[in-house]
Design a protein around this ligand. Structure first.
Ligand code: CS2
Length: 496
């Protein structure tokens, strides 16, 4: 049998019945959004919302997706005319549809000036971003731009041909300002606290380093709405590709597999207009901060705890970890006893139902969400996922024993050696420095804990020497070294 044809505009009609696709004419769609960081998350989340608005008749919001680093997404999707399959899976079954919202693809390093020009087109009214936490070149502990970051130094030297996401935003905003074109709205969709405000701070600082007037313009004239984004989107596996080809009857070089659940809370601050995202199920609000804190601390905090402790206990996926002895009660206790009291819960949120749903989502056996994937870039993630909660707890004089075990799990993970003595592939911008600290301290909690807590980019200046943090983390790490993560979780007793 010959291999199935490749998914593309020309072959779309050949797809198997039961796979939905575009109820609109793509040729009629004008580019209105440039998206930086066109990875799986964007394709399963924002692009799906836009696709639904296109089907409802909107025509001004086609997405030009840019990768800031590798050509992989463009190489996979350009031959498919930007089309890809989005599969939603849970134990009750699977739904597949073709998304057509991405009509252009670029690889920024190949032609940075071309991307800046595209972002400067007056028809582009939103520039959205999913460049991951580290893509903003900020100090995770303070939220300030890292002016010594190599990409920022590069972008200051070559402002017209930038490398970093802040560099592209500044270059295009400067160009629009010079040409009298109103600025686009900057829509950050990364898991950062008060993400719009953080990006405004970083981008206006970079703009100011170029020119004071430009810095003021960015700070005062550009909208940076905050958002809370939520959908679990594991990396696509070869098995996913094979399953999609069998289902579709066509080859799709890069489908995306996700869960049915999705949520998007957006501050309604779009001076240049926006798609009617609310009609696709997004919540438009005046203040997204309580939603973001709830999601970052409950979902992502639990995810990171499951990632480090689950990985160390030998679990490949989140679903395997949450099913292991003691993990579900541990995570429920973390959410109920340690995180919930720190939250200013958004009105009308049924928090108990939200947490029940989270445990079910983590347990979704149809998703192959690797603990290793979530463990990545911990230095950029734990400040908002664990440390923000810890700070509130310490200020209230409240216990933090589960948070401390999660943090100890991260420390054990970044030593780079697992419980069987095998190497861990630690991916983190600070990996080398963390590893050097761990090697110098050795597997001795009394030395390792203070050494890692002293990393200011992560822990700031307040937590390093706080014995209320150091003591429980040392105790937890001692437990991890003595009995391993599986037993530490299974036999966990909270401090009361
Ligand atoms: C995960 C998130 O990889 C990670 O760090 O915690 O990507 C998580 O799946 C999403 O934020 C869910 O909305």
């Amino acid at each position: 049998m010959s291999a199935p044809s490749l998914l593309s505009a020309a072959t779309l009609g050949l797809r198997a019945p039961g796979v939905a696709a575009l109820a609109y004419d793509r040729a009629q769609q004008r580019t209105g959004i440039v998206h930086l960081g066109i990875g799986a998350f964007h394709r399963a989340h924002q692009a799906a919302f836009v696709d639904e608005r296109m089907a409802a008749g909107e025509r001004d919001w086609a997405i030009l997706g840019a990768s800031l680093r590798s050509p992989e997404t463009r190489d996979a999707l350009a031959p498919q005319d930007g089309l890809y399959t989005l599969v939603e899976r849970d134990p009750s079954g699977e739904k597949a549809r073709i998304i057509g919202a991405v009509t252009g693809l670029m690889v920024a390093p190949e032609a940075p000036e071309v991307l800046v020009a595209a972002m400067s087109d007056p028809a582009v009214r939103i520039v959205s971003l999913t460049v991951t936490e580290k893509g903003y070149c900020h100090d995770p502990a303070t939220g300030d731009l890292r002016e010594d970051h190599p990409d920022i130094l590069h972008d200051l030297a070559m402002p017209g041909a930038p490398r970093s996401a802040p560099g592209f935003l500044v270059a295009a905003l400067a160009r629009r300002r010079a040409a009298g074109i109103p600025p686009f709205t900057v829509l950050c969709c990364d898991n950062l606290p008060a993400n719009g405000r953080l990006v405004r701070r970083v981008v206006s600082r970079l703009a100011r380093l170029r020119e004071a007037g430009l810095g003021g313009f960015v700070a005062d004239e550009v909208a940076f709405p905050c958002t809370m984004v939520d959908r679990i989107v594991p990396a696509t596996t070869p098995a996913d590709r094979a399953a999609v080809a069998a289902r579709l009857g066509l080859t799709d070089a890069w489908p995306v597999v996700t869960e049915p659940f999705r949520q998007w809370v957006i501050e309604d601050d779009f001076p240049m207009g926006r798609p009617a995202f609310e009609d696709a199920g997004a919540e438009l609000v005046t203040n997204a901060a309580p939603y973001e804190a709830m999601k970052l601390r409950l979902l992502n905090g639990s995810h990171s705890a499951l990632a480090y402790l689950g990985y160390l206990a030998g679990h490949e996926t989140v679903a395997q970890a949450i099913a292991a002895p003691g993990f579900a009660p541990f995570i429920r206790g973390l959410m109920d006893d340690e995180v919930t009291p720190t939250l200013d819960v958004p009105t009308q949120t049924d928090l108990a139902a939200y947490k029940d749903a989270l445990l079910q989502r983590f347990a979704n056996p149809a998703l192959n969400h690797r603990t290793w994937q979530i463990a990545m870039d911990g230095s950029q993630k734990i400040p908002q996922r664990l440390l923000a909660t810890i700070r509130v707890r310490l200020a209230a004089g409240a216990p933090i024993s589960r948070l401390a075990l999660a943090l100890a799990g991260w420390m054990r993970f970044v030593t780079g050696i697992d419980e069987q003595g095998r190497a861990i592939d630690v991916r983190d911008p600070l990996a080398a420095g963390l590893r050097a600290l761990a090697d110098a301290a050795g597997p001795v909690p009394d030395r390792l804990v203070p050494a890692l807590l002293g990393v200011r980019e992560i822990f700031g200046s307040d937590l390093a020497d706080d014995p209320r943090l150091g003591r429980p983390v040392r105790a937890a790490l001692t437990g991890l070294y003595q009995s391993g993560a599986a037993r530490a979780v299974a036999q966990f007793q909270p401090e009361t």
